[in-house]
Ligand binder design. Structure first.
Ligand SMILES: [Fe+2]
Length: 445
């Protein structure tokens, strides 16, 4: 399909959708796949069935996966999640006559996570959708009917307790924000309304060993835009911005709100307790969708928020000036003191302004180093995978999809996380391009 130059960015180039569901078990591999890697790399993204969507975030969820085992790439496959939009693609994404956030009308397009034996495709406005290890749709998952509203695309699985902590947000008071706790066994055991002044887009949140921290940032829901069918959020500086700190213990209800400078954050990198304070590292935008724009005009940089809950103050410090997004860490450091973070960074090369790199941040030394895949190579989010039995935090691999503009194709790249800038350990050439998407997970077998 040829998309005209006039199309919005999310329908052009490697943002444009693919239309074939492929299963391939004959994959070319360059280098050698580490034999310790036994599992699936799955990544979700928006891939509109009709070829069109009003915004990058509103396309239909498609998961692209690669199965690795015994040093081989057993298969690549891609599947749409069979949500109600699969059979009825012109259904409105937001039905203003029925703002039911516990409905199954999810695009299921933002993330794919594994918890308590289920693989869940997540989008922040509705209930999760479950898929099989072969990426076939199983169905909506509302935690045995207990989930009363939406479920974030960015739950946090606590490495200490195995719980999946999450939240939902909605547009109708008083349920603008609800804290959710899923036990290690997969049972929804806590749903608790949290008061915030206005309905805002809350894309992600933070946990530490003892607390959760919500980000009430001024990308505010706007009914007037919603009725036009457009992206119903805009930056409203007057709403202010605040972080809400709540103890994690079951039954805690007090939230301490601390003002910060208005900004937007889709994705934190990580957060943790230290000496009674809370450290949160984020990809921070100075604004998002301000003055009528729905484009991604602003760029995010790495910032650190240091919360002093006793003094009631947040210290905000920019740590790096290169644009970054999609920060990831080792899954077993979520909410804990950590040393290494990884993100997609801008190369800052004027001859190839769109090209990306994978940046490794060392928070102990303040250093950062990057993998550059060469001209015309565009990486998406990379996830970190531990080497089994490893003790060093960065002993493992980074993996993600890289789009090669010259051949209009994609590959799964596996990098040695301990050796920034080194040649890929392995490259699995895929039978079709993988459109730029959102988030993924390594799901160990
Ligand atoms: Fe996200």
């Amino acid at each position: 399909m040829t998309v005209t130059d006039g199309a919005p960015f999310h329908l052009r180039g490697n943002y444009a959708p693919v239309f074939n569901e492929v299963s391939s078990d004959a994959l070319e591999v360059r280098g050698s796949i580490p034999v310790e890697l036994d599992g699936r790399y799955l990544r979700n993204g928006a891939n509109p069935i009709t070829g069109e969507s009003a915004h990058w975030f509103l396309g239909d969820g498609m998961v692209h996966g690669v199965r690795l085992r015994e040093g081989r790439a057993d298969w690549y496959r891609n599947r749409w999640v069979r949500t109600p939009f699969y059979d009825n693609p012109t259904k409105p994404v937001i039905d203003l006559d029925n703002l039911d956030f516990s409905s199954e009308n999810s695009k299921a397009n933002t993330h794919v996570v594994h918890h308590a034996g289920r693989i869940l495709c997540l989008e922040e406005g509705h209930v999760p959708w479950e898929i099989s290890e072969e990426l076939e749709t199983i169905g909506p998952h509302s935690f045995a009917g207990r989930l009363d509203g939406s479920f974030t695309a960015h739950p946090k699985i606590c490495p200490l307790t195995g719980e999946m902590l999450a939240f939902g947000y909605g547009f109708l008071p008083p349920a603008y924000l609800t804290f959710l706790r899923v036990s290690a066994e997969g049972e929804l055991v806590q749903q608790q309304n949290i008061e915030i002044p206005a309905p805002v887009m809350m894309h992600d949140f933070n946990i530490t060993a003892s607390r959760v921290v919500f980000m009430d940032l001024p990308v505010v829901f706007d009914f007037e835009i919603a009725v036009t069918g457009g992206m119903p959020f805009s930056f409203q500086r007057d709403n202010g911005a605040r972080l809400g700190v709540m103890e994690r213990e079951a039954g805690a209800t007090d939230v301490q709100w601390l003002d910060i400078d208005p900004c937007y954050v889709f994705h934190p990198v990580n957060s943790y307790d230290v000496d009674g304070r809370v450290i949160i590292d984020v990809a921070r935008y100075p604004n998002m969708w301000e003055a009528g724009s729905t484009e991604f005009d602003a760029k995010a940089n790495l910032w650190r928020w240091e919360i002093d809950t006793v003094a009631g103050l947040v210290t905000e410090t920019q740590l790096d000036d290169r644009p970054i997004e999609f920060g990831r860490i080792a899954d077993d450091r979520v909410g804990l003191k950590y040393r290494f973070g990884y993100a997609v960074g801008s190369k800052g090369d004027s001859s190839d302004p769109e090209a990306g790199t994978i940046v490794k941040y060392d928070f102990d030394t303040g250093n950062s180093l990057a993998w550059d895949f060469g001209k015309g190579q565009d990486p998406g989010e990379f996830v970190f995978v531990n080497r089994p039995g490893s003790t060093d935090e960065d002993d493992g691999w980074l993996m993600g999809y890289v789009y090669d503009r010259s051949r209009d194709g994609s590959a799964l790249l596996i990098l040695d996380a301990a050796d920034p800038g080194s040649e890929p350990v392995a490259e699995v050439v895929l039978p079709q391009r993988v459109p730029f998407g959102f988030h993924g997970s390594w799901i160990s077998a």
